[in-house]
Design a protein around this ligand. Structure first.
Ligand SMILES: [Zn+2]
Length: 87
C-alpha cells in the first residue's frame, strides 16, 4: 500500500509582463548553455507547466519565494501585472 501526499503551494505574482516577450526560448537556452548555466528551471511555464518550444516566445515574471520565472503567453496575459494602457 502506498500513501501519496499532494502538496500545493501558493506563490504571489509580483510581476508578469505580457506586453512584450523576453526572447525566443531556443535563443535563451543557447545563451544559457554557452555560459554553462543551468536551464532546468526555465524549461517550463511556471504557472501551467507547459514545455516551451524552441521558437516560442517566453515572458518574464517574478513570483514570491522563487524570484524570476518564465510564463507562456497565455499565462503572462492571465497574471499580467502591468497597468493596462500605461505604455
Ligand atoms: Zn503557462
Amino acid at each position: 500500500m502506498n500513501i501519496t501526499k499532494k502538496y500545493s503551494k501558493t506563490y504571489n505574482v509580483i510581476h508578469a509582463i505580457a506586453s512584450r516577450s523576453f526572447m525566443k526560448f531556443g535563443k535563451f537556452m543557447e545563451i544559457r548553455k554557452r555560459l554553462g548555466m543551468s536551464t532546468a528551471r526555465w524549461e517550463k511555464c511556471f504557472a501551467c507547466n507547459h514545455d516551451f518550444a524552441e521558437d516560442e516566445d517566453v515572458y518574464r515574471g517574478t513570483v514570491s519565494q522563487k524570484g524570476n520565472i518564465f510564463f507562456c503567453k497565455s499565462c503572462a496575459e492571465e497574471y499580467n501585472t502591468e497597468i493596462k494602457g500605461e505604455e
